[in-house]
Design a binder for this molecule. Structure first.
Ligand SMILES: *Cc1c(COP(=O)(O)O)cnc(C)c1O
Length: 403
């Protein structure tokens, strides 16, 4: 079935001096109605809408279990905790990501290290991973958890990554914050065919939104049970999970230390309604990406290369400036685009160069491919509500700046 057509509406144009953003939500009357209905219901949190939203995402991904949480960061936190990541353990991820992919290890007292990126996909490089695993296996300091990040909405090479991880007994947690609606080898990202767990974010710039929100998905019943516990203080009401006898119908037990990472029913109602439009949103993003590829063809820049095994959900559309063929710096290009009303952004500042991670011993030059990429990249406006006219304005402005 073809996804329904969506009609982009240029909301931001009514606000004088407003930048065309790089990403934003697309809401309709059905979304607003869904949230108002939740407000009028008996449940503002921990009600039936949460389970419906979870089932919806699980079914979409073809995965057994889904656990909704307050945001993508909380999803990474309880997912890493469910894998028993603790002080003395190590988590490896990509330096080309949002800081949350690495921070989840630090919350649990574990150490972080990075694997440099592939120069074509900007995802964690399988070749660099293989080298680093061989080098590290000798010292016995292998990671417990690997977090591949599906950058911009394009899946990592999960088959190869899973083969390497299995060889060394490493668990895989996919950071799919950019990639709900994406595909890999004919399956939806989030199917967990090559991982223990995957997480999504529903921040407004992501593919579908709940304002703040996130989800962990898994096929493992044991991990699912732990995720439910960790989302809710480590508390259970299930007598089967208790130590000793239940005292009665009021009784609950805290069996370990968890957090309050719950999502509200208002947000779940929005998420459930947004899921109706996921395929249409991704179809629109794909059309925008194809058009950018076309319109930017003759400019001194590199458009995003697509691995044949992947079907991108296009959270981001990143270009790489050919600085050898331009008379301006990347900073000048960004500043001139912003001055002309095009709200471009940079994804990402390599995580290991953040002051917090420098204090842990990382330095410039540690992950040269991610640093080189960072120096040349710009994210152009990309969201389901971007109109053809907006896109032409982006391209014409960019042409003028690069001329
Ligand atoms: C957005 C994002 C997160 C965190 O999600 P929040 O919902 O903002 O907490 C984690 N990882 C990546 C790669 C992201 O882009």
């Amino acid at each position: 079935m073809n996804p329904p057509e969506i009609t982009p509406v240029a909301h931001w144009q009514s606000v004088a001096g407003h930048l065309l953003p790089y990403g934003r939500q697309l809401l309709d009357e059905a979304d607003i109605h869904a949230v108002v209905s939740a407000l009028r219901s008996d449940w503002l949190t921990q009600g039936p809408t949460i389970e419906r939203f979870e089932r919806r995402v699980a079914d979409y991904c073809g995965v057994k279990y889904a656990v909704a949480v307050a945001n993508g960061t909380a999803a990474l936190h309880i997912a890493a905790a469910a894998l028993d990541l603790k002080p003395g353990d190590r988590l490896w991820t990509s330096p080309n990501t949002f800081v949350a992919s690495a921070n989840c290890a630090r919350y649990l007292g574990a150490d972080v290290d990075f694997v440099d990126i592939d120069p074509r996909t900007y995802n964690l490089s399988v070749a660099r991973l293989e080298e680093k695993l061989s080098a590290t296996a000798k010292s016995g300091r292998l990671p417990k958890v690997l977090v591949p990040v599906h950058f911009a909405g394009q899946s990592c090479e999960m088959e190869a990554i899973a083969t390497l991880a299995k060889r060394h007994g490493i668990r895989i947690l996919e950071d799919a914050a950019h990639a709900i609606g994406a595909g890999y080898l004919g399956r939806p990202v989030g199917s967990c065919a090559h991982s223990d767990l995957a997480i999504f974010s529903f921040h407004p710039v992501k593919i579908v939104t709940t304002a703040e929100g996130g989800m962990v998905v898994t096929n493992c019943a044991t991990l699912h049970e732990r995720l439910l516990l960790l989302r809710n203080h480590g508390i259970t009401r299930d007598p089967k999970l208790m130590e000793g006898e239940s005292h009665g119908p009021w009784y609950y037990q805290q069996t370990e230390l968890g957090w309050n990472h719950r999502l509200t029913d208002l947000q779940a109602a929005l998420g459930e309604c947004q899921m109706n439009k996921l395929d249409a949103f991704v179809a629109r993003r794909r059309a925008i990406a194809r058009r950018y590829d076309e319109l930017l063809r003759d400019l001194p820049l590199t458009t995003p290369w697509q691995h044949p095994n992947t079907a991108n959900a296009w959270h981001l559309y990143v270009i790489r400036l050919r600085l050898d063929r331009i008379k301006k710096t990347r900073r000048q290009v960004v500043e001139e685009l912003r001055a002309a009303g095009i709200g471009v952004q940079i994804h990402y500042i390599p995580v290991h160069t953040q002051p917090y991670y420098r204090r842990l011993g990382f330095k410039d030059g540690d992950f040269p491919e991610a640093e080189k990429y960072y120096a040349e990249t710009i994210s152009l406006p990309m969201f389901a509500g971007l109109t053809d006219g907006d896109q032409e304005r982006v391209v014409e402005t960019l042409k003028g700046v690069l001329r």
